[in-house]
Ligand binder design. Structure first.
Ligand code: ATP
Ligand code: MG
Length: 432
């Protein structure tokens, strides 16, 4: 049989992130981490694989994620495992397992890949990355407001606050939702002939999700349906009013959206989404809310919780399309051009390497790339330009004799200049 060496391709919907993009990711990640820390959140890292039961029990059996999107497999012991489709369930599992929620308040953030078997398209992938955070132990709306303020700060810091809007809703308590559910099912039953197959099925299993249907004829049948807010008691109303007032006081604008029910079953009271029109169909960049029953549902002591997750790919796409990536730092600040004679151990070369080491000691945050492999000025300048560096530092026989380097500015009109070796650190610091 002939041997065929085909190139193995990536798995559909799972992307490589190449160096030309990783610097944008790193910028985004550093803003996310810094802002989360500035509100007292600490990082937690969970495994990527969990027991399948964890997600069934938390996200809900009758949700898109559990019904059709999970990567579930039996391992070699026959245990059913799942690649995590989201972070909240894992975070609570870990916190419960280590006793972190017992009569305590906690604030965690996490970041990493999530897996859902969806139809890949712009902004929707099978492996994607979320940054999420969860706060436990506080049932009052000051927490809801503070976390929404945190998200709002993220958009300001990333320069996209003019391109996102906040949608807000309350899902009430579990009891209020149960009463509403009955009324909604009664309403839908009378109009069953106007529903599509998905909605007919959901009407019995998870009727609130029918409200979320994208089908126009289902939406038409829903005009005049009972409203969840009609079933709210005082506590829910006060919680939501307080939240709205706090957001008003913080100058955060929002739109009330009664149709916002979220695709995961565990939410109660506050739910929110940040949406943008600059990404086409995949317009939600960040979503979350309150989940006061989930910790108990996963076997822990009853503990209120509030959290959100944002999609990093969608943020990166948005930043790129809005051209908000100009301030992203290139991988290299300075490229050292070495014009010695041919011998590899020429004095120029040895000095160049010693100088680079010295500058790295002096300015640890700087990124200095030394040219390797020889070549003339033209070739090395080409490399310097390609590296993305701001400046080229040139060291030749002449410079060595005078104990200085020639600085060539690669990104502007600035004239070249000469700098004594011990002045270079100052220049490098100014580039960071
Ligand atoms: P969508 O409305 O896009 O289906 P969702 O309601 O399923 O999102 P969540 O489970 O709340 O999303 O996840 C939070 C965020 O994670 C989303 O707002 C989105 O930015 C991102 N996200 C979710 N699914 C994907 C995916 N398949 N690919 C890329 N990003 C995703
Ligand atoms: Mg989804």
């Amino acid at each position: 049989m002939a041997k065929v060496n085909t190139v193995i391709q990536r798995v559909r919907g799972m992307n490589d992130c190449l160096p030309s993009e990783t610097n944008i990711w790193q910028m985004v990640e550093s803003v996310l981490k810094r802002v989360a820390s500035s509100y007292g959140f600490a990082e937690i890292r969970m495994p990527i694989v969990e027991s399948t039961a964890l997600f069934k029990r938390s996200i809900g059996e009758v949700t898109d994620i559990v019904e059709k999107e999970m990567y579930t497999f039996d391992d070699r012991n026959g245990d059913s495992l799942t690649l995590r489709p989201e972070g909240t369930a894992s975070c609570i599992r870990a916190a419960n397992q280590h006793g972190l929620l017992y009569n305590q308040e906690q604030r965690f953030w996490y970041m990493g890949p999530m897996f859902r078997h969806e139809r890949p398209q712009k902004g929707r992938y099978r492996q994607f990355h979320q940054f999420g955070l969860e706060a436990f132990g506080i049932a009052t709306s000051d927490l809801d407001a503070e976390i929404i303020m945190l998200t709002s700060r993220l958009w300001r810091e990333l320069g996209i606050n003019d391109f996102v809007t906040l949608e807000l809703n309350s899902l009430g308590s579990n009891e209020e939702r149960a009463q509403y559910r009955q009324a909604l099912v009664a309403y839908l039953t009378e109009r069953e002939d106007q529903l599509d197959e998905d909605s007919k099925r959901r009407m019995h299993t998870n009727p609130l999700r029918v409200l979320d249907s994208k089908n126009p004829s289902v939406q038409a049948a829903l005009v005049g349906a009972p409203k969840l807010s009609d079933y709210f008691g005082d506590e829910t109303k006060v919680h939501f009013d307080q939240l709205c007032r706090r957001l008003d006081a913080a100058g955060i604008k929002y739109e009330l959206n009664e149709r916002l029910v979220r695709g995961l079953d565990y939410y109660n009271r506050t739910v929110f989404e940040w949406v943008t029109s600059s990404l086409g169909a995949q317009g939600t960049i960040c979503a979350g809310g309150r989940y006061d029953g989930l910790v108990e549902q996963l076997g822990g002591k009853s503990t209120p919780g509030f959290g959100f997750a944002l999609g990093i790919e969608r943020l990166v796409l948005m930043l790129t399309s809005l051209e908000k990536v100009n301030n992203v730092r290139p991988q290299v600040d300075a490229y050292l051009i070495i014009l010695g004679n041919k011998a590899l151990d020429s004095e120029v070369e040895i000095t160049a390497n010693q100088l680079a080491e010295q500058w790295r000691d002096e300015v640890p945050m700087s990124r200095i790339q030394c040219h390797c492999g020889g070549g003339n000025m033209k070739k090395q300048m080409k490399r310097a330009d390609k590296s993305g560096a701001q400046i080229a530092l040139v060291l030749g026989e002449d410079e060595l004799a005078r104990q200085l380097v020639t600085i060539k500015y690669l990104r502007g009109q600035q004239e070249q200049q000469s700098l004594a070796f011990d002045q270079v650190a100052k220049l490098l610091t100014s580039l960071i």
